[in-house]
Write a protein that binds this ligand. Structure first.
Ligand SMILES: [Zn+2]
Ligand SMILES: [Zn+2]
Length: 337
């Protein structure tokens, strides 16, 4: 059996090709992909700025329907609606055995080192699959990014009544805001240069929004979360966190990015400085939050594209044009010309 797949042949070159569908092993399922989100990581893979082997079928944020389940699969059957957790850990290395599967020494990533969801079908191991039940496929494509956000929020140990500042109001900034609100914080302030994003931040529960750091009180926030990955904002986060507070650097910085931080300020303010890398078994939480309507991701979807339009989607994200938030690929849809 063959399928249409978007293949990144080498950095900068992505084409829709006809390729064979992988055989379904005993512990695998074949998913008919319905929605596959384009993430910053896909942009990096396309630009050759990420580990990963070429050629690769990208797509690590996807949902679909199971068409075939291998003989030893226990949790799923044909017809089940599912989303995936793309990080495949070996479960047998030092990191995995210490519950740090995100740092697995033999890590593989669906859509990074293994074929992903920007295709009509994806064959993946059962352990990477989660039932999404009645959740829509569009929302199901957010299980992976939301799982990463949940991991970050857990690391920041946000407490009831905390005042939280979030730098950036793109899709990840909004997911962070909504997840932080579920911790019972007293208020969220959100900063972004883009006015339409600030509108969405307000609608998503931020009490205060502003376009400039100069409008913010210094030393005022229990927790400051950077959702941008900009090294400038990562540094400035330290100005706004209170003494004894926490900074969570969540956004992905440039690979060669460097920070210049005031060492004595970090000491004097007694700061907790945290980063967050992918997720650690947070997909069930993500599915529940989406399924129970605690987090509604539909306002985040700005572009629904065909496989042929992947490069256009990447460029739209890079340029930040057309009010872009989250662009998703619908592999079944034909190119609209
Ligand atoms: Zn992603
Ligand atoms: Zn491992």
């Amino acid at each position: 059996m063959n399928m249409k797949a978007l293949v990144i042949e080498k950095p900068g070159i992505a084409r829709v090709q006809t390729v064979p569908v992988a055989p379904v092993g005993d512990r695998d399922v074949r998913i008919k992909v319905k929605v596959s989100g384009i993430c910053g990581t896909d942009v990096h893979i396309f630009r050759g700025e990420y580990l990963g082997a070429y050629p690769v079928i990208p797509g690590h944020e996807f949902s679909g329907v199971i068409e075939e389940a291998g003989g030893k699969v226990t949790r799923f059957k044909a017809g089940d609606h599912v989303a995936i957790e793309p990080n495949i850990s070996c479960d047998n290395c030092h990191a995995c055995l210490n519950n740090r599967q995100n740092f697995c020494e033999h890590w593989n990533g669906i859509g990074v080192t293994l074929p992903g969801g920007m295709a009509e079908y994806a064959v993946v191991p059962e352990k990477a699959v989660f039932g999404i039940h009645t959740l829509s496929f569009l929302s199901g494509a957010f299980v992976e990014p939301l799982a990463c956000v949940i991991h970050g929020v857990e690391r920041a140990r946000i407490r009831p009544a905390d005042k939280v500042l979030i730098l950036g109001a793109g899709p990840i900034g909004i997911l962070l805001s909504k997840t932080v609100q579920l911790q019972g914080v007293s208020e969220i302030t959100q900063v972004d240069r883009n006015q339409s994003r600030l509108e969405l931040a307000k609608q998503s529960g931020a009490v205060k929004v502003c376009a400039s750091l100069e409008e913010l009180d210094r030393d005022a926030f229990d927790v400051v979360v950077d959702a941008s990955g900009s090294t400038f904002l990562m540094e400035r986060a330290l100005d706004f966190v209170r003494k004894g507070g926490t900074v969570l650097w969540f956004g992905v910085p440039p690979r060669d990015g460097k920070l210049q931080l005031p060492a004595f300020t970090i000491f004097e303010k007694g700061l907790s400085l945290l980063s967050s890398y992918t997720s650690v078994r947070n997909s069930i939480q993500a599915v529940r939050l989406l399924e129970k309507g605690k987090i509604d991701v539909t306002p985040l979807i700005s572009h629904q594209l065909s496989l042929e339009e992947f490069t256009k989607g990447v460029e739209t994200i890079e340029k930040g044009i057309e009010g872009v938030l989250k662009a998703v690929i619908l592999p079944e849809s034909a190119k609209k010309s």
